[in-house]
Design a binder for this molecule. Structure first.
Ligand code: PHE
Length: 340
């Protein structure tokens, strides 16, 4: 009997120490200690032994059983610990690994130019003003000295929403809003969207202008000329001159169109400037006294200049964008090129 117990214990020791996972270990437990196990069967036979042998044998049975239990428990701890150690190794986070690249967007070329324009004018002492895209005829036309029969009011140019409600065709509306609200001295720019019913490679139904308005005592045309020159050189480079040509706008007198030296051929004449050596940038002029009178600003005391430049046009020239429609198609391959 004693030798039988020893051999059970020996095989239990051998087998339990070689078990590799919890599942096999549980099976082993039922094999050595379950109802049908050799050990349990021996326990069942205990009653048939002579009374004097029972205590000694019972004691040995229990010792063997407890020893096997102990072996099983120790092995279970060992297996769990080693599982934990491998999972620590295989599932560990390597904090020295480079991170996954974070996809970054880019600013739209118009936004880039818009910000640059604001920075330049702020550095020249201007403030930035805003006005609504949806306007009335008063701010878009009447107060800008544009009579009711002016062709610009025509439905073919202006998007009307209702009678007297329209999408502004120019940022000059903000001139009026600023002069309604503030007394001179005034020195603002106002970048924003404008809308006109036109659509081709150099015109989009929605486009962007930056307006400037300066009103004070003693403002004259040389101030306008000077600030335009400074701005053009800051945004396009020292070698780019600007010039003005006589023109007409209802709300400025005298009025002018602003050209810059062609950024491609520097005045020699090329396909970009149509051979003229110059590129059109926008309109300008001295605020018409009629406008001041309508807004109850003393036109004897104050004079002012205003200009409006195309932001999209500046972006196209700066970034050599050949077709205005590229700016508004939102093709990601196009936009990605403006990463900074
Ligand atoms: N608003 C004019 C346009 O859209 C430009 C302009 C602005 C002209 C300010 C004179 C003064 O064409």
């Amino acid at each position: 009997m004693k030798t039988q117990l020893d051999s059970i214990l020996q095989s239990a020791e051998r087998e339990i120490t070689s078990v590799k996972n919890i599942h096999d270990l549980l099976q082993m437990k039922s094999r050595f200690l379950g109802k049908k196990s050799e050990l349990m069967q021996m326990m069942g036979q205990l009653g048939r032994l002579p009374a004097e042998e029972r205590p000694e044998f019972g004691k040995n049975l229990n010792i063997t059983k407890n020893r096997i239990l102990e072996l099983l428990e120790n092995r279970e701890i060992e297996i769990k610990n080693s599982n934990y150690a491998t999972s620590l190794q295989t599932q560990a986070t390597d904090i020295t690994m480079p991170g996954r690249p974070f996809p970054r967007g880019s600013l739209h070329p118009i936004t880039l130019v818009w910000q640059e324009i604001e920075d330049i004018f702020i550095s020249l002492g201007f403030e930035v003003a805003e006005g609504p895209d949806v306007e009335d005829e008063y701010h878009n036309f009447d107060a800008l000295n544009t009579p009711p029969d002016h062709p610009a009011r025509d439905l073919s140019d202006t998007f009307y929403i209702e009678d007297d409600v329209l999408l502004r065709t120019q940022t000059s509306t903000v001139q009026i809003r600023v002069m309604q609200q503030f007394k001179p001295p005034i020195r603002i720019i106002s970048p924003g969207s404008c809308y006109r019913n036109e659509n081709d490679a150099s015109h989009s139904p929605m486009f962007h202008q930056v307006e400037a308005l300066v009103v004070d005592e003693g403002i004259d045309f040389t101030h306008l000329r000077d600030i335009l020159n400074i701005f053009v050189k800051k945004i396009f480079g020292e070698e780019i001159d600007s010039r003005i040509r006589p023109h007409f706008f209802p709300f400025t007198e005298p009025s002018a169109e602003i050209d810059i030296l062609c950024v491609k051929c520097y005045g020699k004449g090329c396909n970009l400037c149509g051979g003229s050596g110059w590129l059109e940038m926008g309109g300008a002029g001295m605020v018409d006294p009629n406008v001041f009178d309508m807004l109850k600003i003393d036109s004897e005391k104050y004079t002012g200049y205003a200009f409006g430049l195309g932001i999209d046009r500046i972006a196209m020239l700066k970034y050599k964008i050949p077709d205005m429609r590229l700016l508004f198609e939102n093709d990601i391959r196009f936009l990605r090129q403006f990463k900074i």
